[in-house]
Design a binder for this molecule. Sequence first.
Ligand code: 13P
Length: 256
Amino acid sequence: VITMDKQNRKAIIAGNWKMNKTATEAKALISELIPAVKDAGCEVVICVPFTDLVTAVEMTKGTNIHVGAENVHFEKSGAFTGEISADMLTDLGVEYVVIGHSERRQYFAETNETVNKRTKAALAGGLKPIICVGEKLSEKQMGITEEIVCLQTKAALHGVSRTQLDEVVIAYEPIWAIGTGMTATPEDANQTIRAIRNAIRDVYGDVAQNIRILYGGSMNDKNARDLMAQSDIDGGLIGGASLVAEKFEKIVNYNR
Ligand code: 13P
């Protein structure tokens, strides 16, 4: 049953460029990525800085690369200097948006409540949110990983309808694994992702089987295959390794 469910969920390999690449540099990287990932069996997404979005959308038209932003504000418009709305993103042709990345929670005062507001604004505006959840090292050591990520997931999805849920992607990123070279074992990542899926099932029922839940945190060309072999891991959110075309290509083609 689990295998059938997994086959029904199209895998996503998404790059999260974070605060890297000028538009000029983005142009060079995307030129390399287009031929490198063109035969991928999974959905390929690149989430890029706001200043790279126009370049990314223009260059990837007619290719299999989908484009995402790295954040979105929750109001439609108004006096919010420095912020970007969902309409501004969809008007450019942006399809995905990362919400609640741990770096935003840690450095920019993002909370479960603002993550929920951004998620609802993204969905209302026609964007597919990639909602990030994950425990700190201290929380892992206390043995409360599942409680933490299930709470974050339920809070992010509060008020999201069953129909809207189809557009949602969750990314489980243990904070201690981000940028550290330490990956969760495939088994541990799978178990936590199963717990997240069960939390979604608590609220929405069996449609939880259709929701794609990704792993993120030092995922690379060496460990992607083992992670992707797990029953509930539907893809990856890749930081560092998404900035190098040859590495991202190998992750995207993890099946070969
Ligand atoms: P790294 O792949 O660099 O560990 O980053 C993971 C991440 O935070 C993706 O959003």
